[in-house]
Design a protein around this ligand. Structure first.
Ligand code: SF4
Length: 356
């Protein structure tokens, strides 16, 4: 029986206690961020885990903490260094928000990392679920979480129809998450419901046979596990094209820093143009004369809201003319470029381009 949209579903009896008992024996206990109550470290792990798998996050988490052992050192760092350490994790707005939040904590909160949900939620990049997880794991606060894994478990267990990105469906899931929260054992329950989603109730192959809540799971009872949660309604993504100027001079590449807002904010990239003509005009202004232009193979990149095809145009400077010096424009060796914070497709182009 599916529940009608908009109606709060009653909690399943014993759901939380079964999750807690299962977590104590079968849950994850050895993740690096589980060995601490430091809200800074928990925050770092929660933000890194927002769109990235645990296995990928661990080395990034450790490198980050080595360089920035506390929030003060992160807040005092240059954004370039933060983004370079983030490079490869994707969704760079998370890295920028981490830095912005650390700066705010230093300036407005006396350097003390908050542990209450409301203040946490006011930090850049911290939503309700992340704030609740930090509060629960650092001080045992009685707060419900609802990350992607938990949404999947609840949508399946209670057969909640509809795409969770739709606000009425999300509201229903939040009401469930709150009603299921036990009076005690909040940390074990929170960790347990996350672990359940990450290890058993996985997207395409849930292992219901090992699941502690299988005997009350509506999706399992009706054999419709993978039908929940409903997929995002399909829409055709728009397609955009851009020309990137790959300007080579004496073995170096010209890179520009992107503006803070918009895609790839503050990352280094090749200058972008609407046409090859505009790209070569700019190149000539930079270096005087060109000895050749070559279109390199196009590079495709997908964003959540559109698809992008990049046409790299390699231009080689023919002389030693002085380059115009502009803020946010820099000549880099290949090694310098690859050590900087580059968007993934720009990194591919910078790795492969001939510098002779
Ligand atoms: S029984 Fe299966 S579908 Fe239901 S919560 Fe457990 S793993 Fe998920």
């Amino acid at each position: 029986m599916s529940r009608a949209k908009g109606k709060a579903a009653p909690p399943a009896a014993g759901f939380a206690s079964r999750v807690v008992a299962w977590q104590r024996i079968h849950g994850r206990h050895d993740l690096p961020w589980q060995q601490t109550r430091d809200p800074y470290r928990i925050w770092l792990s929660e933000v890194m885990l927002q769109q990235t798998q645990v296995g990928t996050v661990i080395p990034y988490y450790e490198r980050f903490l080595q360089r920035f052992p506390e929030v003060a050192s992160l807040g005092a760092a240059d954004i370039d260094e933060v983004l370079a350490l983030w490079s490869g994790l994707g969704y760079y707005s998370r890295g920028r928000n981490l830095h912005a939040a650390a700066v705010r904590i230093a300036r407005e909160l006396g350097g003390r990392f908050p542990t209450d949900r409301a203040t946490l939620e006011s930090l850049p990049g911290v939503g309700r679920s992340t704030a609740a997880a930090i509060a629960a794991f650092s001080v045992g606060a009685h707060e419900a979480i609802l990350d992607g894994n938990v949404k999947r478990v609840l949508a399946r267990h209670f057969a909640i129809e509809g795409f969770p990105g739709v606000s009425s469906v999300e509201k229903q899931l939040w009401a469930l998450a709150e009603s299921l929260l036990p009076a005690g054992d909040v940390e074990a329950y929170t960790q347990g419901v996350m672990d359940l989603g990450a290890t058993l109730c996985t997207r395409s192959r849930p292992r219901c046979v090992d699941c502690p809540v299988a005997n009350s799971c509506e999706a399992h009872r009706s054999g419709r596990e993978v039908q929940f949660p409903s997929a995002r309604p399909k829409k055709v993504l728009p397609h955009k094209t851009t020309v990137m100027l790959v300007l080579v001079r004496e073995g170096r590449l010209l890179l520009t820093r992107r503006p803070p807002s918009g895609i790839w904010g503050e990352l280094w990239s090749f200058p972008e143009f609407d046409s090859a003509h505009a790209a070569t005009e700019y190149a000539v202004r930079q270096v005087g004369r060109l000895s050749g232009e070559t279109e390199l193979p196009p590079v495709a990149h997908g964003f959540s809201h559109y698809r992008l095809t990049i046409q790299p145009l390699r231009c080689v400077s023919s002389g030693h003319e002085i380059t115009v010096s502009e803020p946010g424009v820099r000549w880099m060796s290949r090694e310098e470029a690859l050590a900087s914070s580059l968007p993934a497709p720009v990194r591919v182009i910078a790795s492969d381009v001939e510098l002779d």
